[in-house]
Design a protein around this ligand. Structure first.
Ligand code: PMP
Length: 363
Protein backbone atom coordinates (compact mmCIF):
# COMPACT_ATOMS: atom_id res chain seq x y z
CA UNK A 1 0.00 0.00 0.00
CA UNK A 2 1.16 3.50 -0.75
CA UNK A 3 1.44 6.11 1.97
CA UNK A 4 -1.84 7.88 2.58
CA UNK A 5 -2.57 11.48 3.49
CA UNK A 6 -3.01 11.08 7.22
CA UNK A 7 -5.11 13.83 8.83
CA UNK A 8 -4.87 12.33 12.32
CA UNK A 9 -4.90 14.74 15.28
CA UNK A 10 -2.12 12.74 16.91
CA UNK A 11 -0.05 10.70 16.80
CA UNK A 12 0.19 12.37 13.45
CA UNK A 13 1.97 12.27 10.15
CA UNK A 14 5.74 12.81 10.15
CA UNK A 15 7.91 14.14 7.32
CA UNK A 16 8.81 11.30 4.96
CA UNK A 17 12.40 12.54 4.84
CA UNK A 18 12.65 12.09 8.62
CA UNK A 19 11.24 8.57 8.45
CA UNK A 20 13.67 7.72 5.65
CA UNK A 21 16.61 9.06 7.63
CA UNK A 22 15.53 7.05 10.68
CA UNK A 23 15.23 3.93 8.51
CA UNK A 24 18.67 4.53 7.07
CA UNK A 25 20.14 4.89 10.57
CA UNK A 26 18.05 2.15 12.16
CA UNK A 27 20.63 -0.65 12.41
CA UNK A 28 23.81 1.34 12.82
CA UNK A 29 23.57 4.92 14.02
CA UNK A 30 26.57 6.92 12.83
CA UNK A 31 28.99 3.99 13.08
CA UNK A 32 28.08 3.25 16.69
CA UNK A 33 27.26 -0.31 15.59
CA UNK A 34 23.79 -0.10 17.10
CA UNK A 35 20.38 1.47 16.82
CA UNK A 36 19.59 4.58 18.89
CA UNK A 37 17.01 2.35 20.58
CA UNK A 38 19.75 0.12 21.89
CA UNK A 39 22.22 2.63 23.26
CA UNK A 40 22.71 3.85 26.80
CA UNK A 41 21.17 7.20 27.58
CA UNK A 42 24.46 7.96 29.33
CA UNK A 43 26.60 7.24 26.27
CA UNK A 44 28.53 9.95 24.44
CA UNK A 45 26.58 9.25 21.26
CA UNK A 46 23.22 9.81 22.93
CA UNK A 47 24.54 12.84 24.80
CA UNK A 48 25.17 14.47 21.45
CA UNK A 49 21.71 13.49 20.18
CA UNK A 50 19.90 15.12 23.12
CA UNK A 51 22.19 18.18 23.21
CA UNK A 52 21.78 18.74 19.46
CA UNK A 53 18.00 18.33 19.75
CA UNK A 54 17.89 20.96 22.48
CA UNK A 55 20.19 23.36 20.59
CA UNK A 56 18.11 23.00 17.42
CA UNK A 57 14.84 23.59 19.27
CA UNK A 58 16.37 26.67 20.90
CA UNK A 59 17.35 27.94 17.46
CA UNK A 60 13.93 27.19 15.96
CA UNK A 61 11.95 28.90 18.72
CA UNK A 62 14.56 31.50 19.58
CA UNK A 63 14.38 30.39 23.22
CA UNK A 64 16.03 32.91 25.55
CA UNK A 65 18.97 31.75 27.71
CA UNK A 66 17.00 32.08 30.93
CA UNK A 67 14.68 29.25 29.90
CA UNK A 68 15.36 25.55 30.34
CA UNK A 69 14.26 22.94 27.83
CA UNK A 70 13.23 19.59 29.30
CA UNK A 71 12.49 16.34 27.49
CA UNK A 72 10.07 14.46 29.72
CA UNK A 73 7.42 11.75 29.56
CA UNK A 74 3.80 11.49 30.62
CA UNK A 75 2.29 13.59 27.82
CA UNK A 76 0.16 16.69 28.23
CA UNK A 77 -1.76 14.89 30.96
CA UNK A 78 1.18 14.75 33.35
CA UNK A 79 1.79 18.47 32.83
CA UNK A 80 -1.75 19.07 34.12
CA UNK A 81 -0.30 17.94 37.49
CA UNK A 82 3.30 19.12 37.22
CA UNK A 83 2.32 22.72 36.48
CA UNK A 84 0.33 23.30 39.70
CA UNK A 85 2.65 21.18 41.83
CA UNK A 86 5.71 23.17 40.81
CA UNK A 87 4.32 26.66 40.29
CA UNK A 88 2.16 27.01 43.39
CA UNK A 89 3.18 29.67 45.87
CA UNK A 90 -0.09 31.33 46.92
CA UNK A 91 -1.95 28.17 45.94
CA UNK A 92 -4.22 30.06 43.54
CA UNK A 93 -4.27 29.87 39.73
CA UNK A 94 -6.52 31.16 36.96
CA UNK A 95 -7.58 28.93 34.07
CA UNK A 96 -9.23 29.91 30.79
CA UNK A 97 -11.33 26.92 29.86
CA UNK A 98 -11.56 26.50 26.10
CA UNK A 99 -12.14 22.78 25.77
CA UNK A 100 -11.70 19.33 27.15
CA UNK A 101 -7.93 19.59 27.66
CA UNK A 102 -8.21 22.81 29.65
CA UNK A 103 -11.07 21.25 31.61
CA UNK A 104 -8.92 18.29 32.49
CA UNK A 105 -6.08 20.64 33.44
CA UNK A 106 -8.24 22.69 35.82
CA UNK A 107 -9.73 19.56 37.35
CA UNK A 108 -6.28 18.20 38.09
CA UNK A 109 -5.05 21.56 39.45
CA UNK A 110 -7.99 21.66 41.87
CA UNK A 111 -6.43 18.72 43.69
CA UNK A 112 -3.57 20.97 44.76
CA UNK A 113 -4.75 24.56 44.78
CA UNK A 114 -7.63 26.94 44.22
CA UNK A 115 -8.05 26.88 40.45
CA UNK A 116 -10.42 29.56 39.18
CA UNK A 117 -12.28 29.30 35.91
CA UNK A 118 -11.84 32.89 34.64
CA UNK A 119 -13.27 32.47 31.15
CA UNK A 120 -15.03 29.66 29.41
CA UNK A 121 -16.55 28.94 26.02
CA UNK A 122 -18.45 25.87 27.17
CA UNK A 123 -21.82 27.59 26.58
CA UNK A 124 -21.32 27.07 22.82
CA UNK A 125 -19.48 23.77 22.99
CA UNK A 126 -16.10 25.50 22.87
CA UNK A 127 -16.54 26.87 19.35
CA UNK A 128 -14.86 30.18 20.21
CA UNK A 129 -12.20 31.75 22.40
CA UNK A 130 -13.74 33.81 25.22
CA UNK A 131 -13.26 37.57 25.45
CA UNK A 132 -9.74 38.12 26.75
CA UNK A 133 -10.06 41.81 27.51
CA UNK A 134 -11.64 42.02 30.93
CA UNK A 135 -10.64 38.80 32.58
CA UNK A 136 -11.31 38.84 36.30
CA UNK A 137 -7.95 37.56 37.37
CA UNK A 138 -7.27 36.74 41.01
CA UNK A 139 -4.65 39.15 42.39
CA UNK A 140 -3.08 36.18 44.18
CA UNK A 141 -2.93 33.89 41.17
CA UNK A 142 0.41 32.15 40.77
CA UNK A 143 -0.18 31.79 37.04
CA UNK A 144 -2.74 32.08 34.25
CA UNK A 145 -3.27 28.91 32.21
CA UNK A 146 -4.37 28.54 28.59
CA UNK A 147 -4.66 25.71 26.09
CA UNK A 148 -3.45 27.70 23.11
CA UNK A 149 -4.76 25.49 20.32
CA UNK A 150 -7.82 23.39 21.01
CA UNK A 151 -7.21 20.23 19.03
CA UNK A 152 -10.72 18.83 19.41
CA UNK A 153 -12.69 21.94 18.46
CA UNK A 154 -10.31 23.67 16.02
CA UNK A 155 -9.95 26.95 17.91
CA UNK A 156 -6.78 28.89 18.64
CA UNK A 157 -5.87 31.85 20.82
CA UNK A 158 -4.94 34.24 18.05
CA UNK A 159 -3.93 36.75 20.70
CA UNK A 160 -2.69 36.13 24.20
CA UNK A 161 -4.68 37.18 27.26
CA UNK A 162 -3.50 40.19 29.20
CA UNK A 163 -2.40 38.47 32.39
CA UNK A 164 -1.71 41.76 34.21
CA UNK A 165 1.86 40.66 34.72
CA UNK A 166 1.01 37.17 35.96
CA UNK A 167 2.99 34.24 34.61
CA UNK A 168 1.40 32.66 31.56
CA UNK A 169 1.38 28.88 31.14
CA UNK A 170 0.48 27.48 27.73
CA UNK A 171 -0.41 24.01 26.56
CA UNK A 172 0.97 24.15 23.01
CA UNK A 173 0.55 20.44 22.32
CA UNK A 174 -1.14 21.01 18.98
CA UNK A 175 0.42 24.28 17.80
CA UNK A 176 4.05 24.25 18.88
CA UNK A 177 6.38 25.01 15.94
CA UNK A 178 3.44 25.93 13.68
CA UNK A 179 4.07 29.68 13.85
CA UNK A 180 6.60 32.02 15.45
CA UNK A 181 6.02 32.75 19.14
CA UNK A 182 7.76 35.09 21.53
CA UNK A 183 8.83 32.64 24.22
CA UNK A 184 9.61 35.48 26.63
CA UNK A 185 5.86 36.18 26.91
CA UNK A 186 5.41 32.80 28.59
CA UNK A 187 6.50 31.43 31.93
CA UNK A 188 6.07 27.85 30.80
CA UNK A 189 5.20 26.12 27.55
CA UNK A 190 4.55 22.41 27.25
CA UNK A 191 3.69 20.09 24.40
CA UNK A 192 3.38 16.40 23.78
CA UNK A 193 5.54 15.60 20.77
CA UNK A 194 3.04 13.41 18.97
CA UNK A 195 1.25 16.09 16.95
CA UNK A 196 3.58 18.64 15.47
CA UNK A 197 6.99 17.29 16.44
CA UNK A 198 7.67 13.57 16.62
CA UNK A 199 6.46 10.26 18.01
CA UNK A 200 4.33 9.87 21.14
CA UNK A 201 6.26 9.39 24.36
CA UNK A 202 8.24 12.62 24.57
CA UNK A 203 6.90 15.74 26.23
CA UNK A 204 8.70 19.03 25.81
CA UNK A 205 8.68 21.63 28.57
CA UNK A 206 10.16 25.09 28.15
CA UNK A 207 10.30 26.81 31.51
CA UNK A 208 11.68 30.12 32.77
CA UNK A 209 14.52 29.35 35.14
CA UNK A 210 13.27 31.32 38.12
CA UNK A 211 10.24 29.01 38.28
CA UNK A 212 12.42 25.97 38.82
CA UNK A 213 12.46 25.55 42.55
CA UNK A 214 12.79 22.83 45.14
CA UNK A 215 10.06 24.46 47.16
CA UNK A 216 7.54 21.92 45.94
CA UNK A 217 5.20 20.26 48.44
CA UNK A 218 6.61 17.23 50.28
CA UNK A 219 4.02 15.02 48.67
CA UNK A 220 5.17 15.94 45.15
CA UNK A 221 6.66 12.78 43.62
CA UNK A 222 10.34 13.20 42.76
CA UNK A 223 9.62 12.45 39.11
CA UNK A 224 7.18 15.38 38.98
CA UNK A 225 9.67 18.02 40.05
CA UNK A 226 10.94 20.25 37.25
CA UNK A 227 14.06 20.93 39.32
CA UNK A 228 15.07 17.26 39.37
CA UNK A 229 14.84 17.08 35.59
CA UNK A 230 16.46 20.47 35.03
CA UNK A 231 19.40 19.71 37.34
CA UNK A 232 20.00 16.40 35.57
CA UNK A 233 19.48 17.86 32.07
CA UNK A 234 16.54 15.53 31.36
CA UNK A 235 18.62 12.48 32.30
CA UNK A 236 17.41 11.92 35.87
CA UNK A 237 15.96 8.62 34.77
CA UNK A 238 15.97 6.90 31.39
CA UNK A 239 14.37 9.39 29.01
CA UNK A 240 12.41 8.40 25.88
CA UNK A 241 15.64 8.11 23.91
CA UNK A 242 14.31 7.08 20.52
CA UNK A 243 11.55 9.68 20.62
CA UNK A 244 14.05 12.43 21.46
CA UNK A 245 16.20 11.28 18.54
CA UNK A 246 13.25 11.54 16.12
CA UNK A 247 12.29 14.95 17.53
CA UNK A 248 15.89 16.00 16.85
CA UNK A 249 15.63 14.81 13.24
CA UNK A 250 12.42 16.83 12.84
CA UNK A 251 14.10 19.95 14.28
CA UNK A 252 16.95 19.59 11.78
CA UNK A 253 14.46 19.03 8.96
CA UNK A 254 12.63 22.25 9.92
CA UNK A 255 15.84 24.27 10.20
CA UNK A 256 16.95 23.08 6.77
CA UNK A 257 13.65 24.31 5.32
CA UNK A 258 13.69 27.84 6.65
CA UNK A 259 12.55 27.20 10.23
CA UNK A 260 9.28 28.29 11.77
CA UNK A 261 8.80 31.36 9.56
CA UNK A 262 8.76 29.13 6.49
CA UNK A 263 6.45 26.61 8.16
CA UNK A 264 4.08 29.39 9.18
CA UNK A 265 3.90 30.69 5.63
CA UNK A 266 2.99 27.24 4.32
CA UNK A 267 0.60 26.62 7.22
CA UNK A 268 -1.26 29.84 6.39
CA UNK A 269 -1.48 28.78 2.76
CA UNK A 270 -2.70 25.28 3.63
CA UNK A 271 -5.35 26.49 6.06
CA UNK A 272 -6.54 29.16 3.61
CA UNK A 273 -7.13 26.57 0.89
CA UNK A 274 -9.36 24.55 3.21
CA UNK A 275 -11.17 27.43 4.93
CA UNK A 276 -11.79 29.29 1.65
CA UNK A 277 -13.43 26.20 0.25
CA UNK A 278 -15.51 25.65 3.41
CA UNK A 279 -16.70 29.27 3.36
CA UNK A 280 -18.27 28.93 -0.08
CA UNK A 281 -19.39 25.30 0.12
CA UNK A 282 -23.12 24.55 0.04
CA UNK A 283 -22.61 21.20 1.72
CA UNK A 284 -19.84 21.59 4.29
CA UNK A 285 -19.42 24.29 6.87
CA UNK A 286 -16.73 25.19 9.39
CA UNK A 287 -17.77 24.85 13.02
CA UNK A 288 -15.90 27.62 14.82
CA UNK A 289 -15.91 31.41 14.88
CA UNK A 290 -13.74 32.68 12.04
CA UNK A 291 -11.55 34.92 14.17
CA UNK A 292 -10.64 31.96 16.39
CA UNK A 293 -9.84 29.42 13.70
CA UNK A 294 -6.92 27.08 14.17
CA UNK A 295 -4.27 26.65 11.49
CA UNK A 296 -3.65 23.10 12.64
CA UNK A 297 -7.03 21.47 13.24
CA UNK A 298 -9.83 22.32 10.83
CA UNK A 299 -13.26 21.15 11.99
CA UNK A 300 -16.29 20.97 9.71
CA UNK A 301 -19.68 19.30 9.30
CA UNK A 302 -22.57 18.78 6.95
CA UNK A 303 -26.15 19.02 8.24
CA UNK A 304 -26.62 15.30 7.93
CA UNK A 305 -24.92 12.63 10.10
CA UNK A 306 -25.31 10.03 7.35
CA UNK A 307 -23.54 12.23 4.84
CA UNK A 308 -20.74 12.87 7.36
CA UNK A 309 -20.28 9.11 7.77
CA UNK A 310 -20.35 8.54 4.01
CA UNK A 311 -17.82 11.30 3.47
CA UNK A 312 -15.40 9.84 6.01
CA UNK A 313 -15.77 6.36 4.50
CA UNK A 314 -15.29 7.44 0.90
CA UNK A 315 -12.39 9.75 1.80
CA UNK A 316 -10.66 6.86 3.56
CA UNK A 317 -11.08 4.72 0.46
CA UNK A 318 -9.46 7.53 -1.53
CA UNK A 319 -6.40 7.55 0.75
CA UNK A 320 -7.46 10.56 2.85
CA UNK A 321 -7.57 9.03 6.32
CA UNK A 322 -8.44 9.92 9.92
CA UNK A 323 -10.91 12.67 9.06
CA UNK A 324 -13.46 11.68 11.69
CA UNK A 325 -14.06 14.41 14.27
CA UNK A 326 -13.35 13.80 17.94
CA UNK A 327 -16.02 11.60 19.53
CA UNK A 328 -17.18 14.48 21.75
CA UNK A 329 -18.05 16.77 18.81
CA UNK A 330 -18.67 14.51 15.81
CA UNK A 331 -18.42 15.73 12.22
CA UNK A 332 -15.03 15.95 10.58
CA UNK A 333 -11.61 17.24 11.51
CA UNK A 334 -8.59 17.61 9.25
CA UNK A 335 -5.39 18.02 11.23
CA UNK A 336 -2.88 19.72 8.97
CA UNK A 337 0.29 19.93 11.05
CA UNK A 338 3.67 20.96 9.61
CA UNK A 339 4.30 17.52 8.13
CA UNK A 340 1.10 17.50 6.06
CA UNK A 341 2.20 18.59 2.59
CA UNK A 342 0.18 21.23 0.77
CA UNK A 343 -0.55 18.54 -1.84
CA UNK A 344 -2.45 16.62 0.88
CA UNK A 345 -4.68 19.63 1.57
CA UNK A 346 -5.25 20.18 -2.15
CA UNK A 347 -6.13 16.50 -2.56
CA UNK A 348 -8.61 16.78 0.31
CA UNK A 349 -10.28 19.88 -1.13
CA UNK A 350 -10.50 18.31 -4.63
CA UNK A 351 -12.13 15.29 -3.05
CA UNK A 352 -14.58 17.48 -1.11
CA UNK A 353 -15.52 19.43 -4.26
CA UNK A 354 -16.30 16.21 -6.09
CA UNK A 355 -18.17 14.74 -3.10
CA UNK A 356 -20.25 17.92 -2.79
CA UNK A 357 -21.09 17.83 -6.50
CA UNK A 358 -22.28 14.20 -6.24
CA UNK A 359 -24.38 14.82 -3.13
CA UNK A 360 -26.00 18.00 -4.40
CA UNK A 361 -26.72 16.46 -7.81
CA UNK A 362 -28.42 13.51 -6.17
CA UNK A 363 -30.69 15.63 -3.99
N1 PMP B 1 -3.44 19.06 25.31
C1 PMP B 1 -3.84 19.10 24.03
C2 PMP B 1 -4.04 20.43 23.37
C3 PMP B 1 -4.07 17.91 23.33
O1 PMP B 1 -4.48 17.96 22.06
C4 PMP B 1 -3.86 16.67 23.98
C5 PMP B 1 -4.00 15.35 23.29
N2 PMP B 1 -4.77 15.26 22.20
C6 PMP B 1 -3.47 16.70 25.32
C7 PMP B 1 -3.25 17.90 25.95
C8 PMP B 1 -3.27 15.42 26.07
O2 PMP B 1 -2.04 14.94 25.71
P1 PMP B 1 -1.47 13.49 26.04
O3 PMP B 1 -2.32 12.49 25.36
O4 PMP B 1 -0.08 13.62 25.48
O5 PMP B 1 -1.46 13.35 27.52
Amino acid sequence: MERVYNFSAGPATLPVEVLEKAAEQMLNYENSGMSVMEMSHRSKVFDKIIKDAEADLRKLMNIPDNYKVLFLQGGGHLQFSMVPLNLMKNKVADYIVTGQWAKKAIKEAKKYLQANNVGSSEDKNFTYIPDLKNLKLDPNADYVYICENNTIYGTKFNELPDTLGKDLVSDMSSCILSEPVDVSKYALIFAGAQKNIGPAGTTIVIIREDLITDEVPDYCPTMLSYKIHADKESLYNTPPTYGIYICGLVFKYLLERGGIEAMYKTNLEKAKILYDYLDQSKLFKGTVEKKDRSLMNVTFVTDDEEINARFIKEATEAGLVNLKGHRSVGGMRASIYNAMPIEGVKALVSFMIEFERKVLNAS
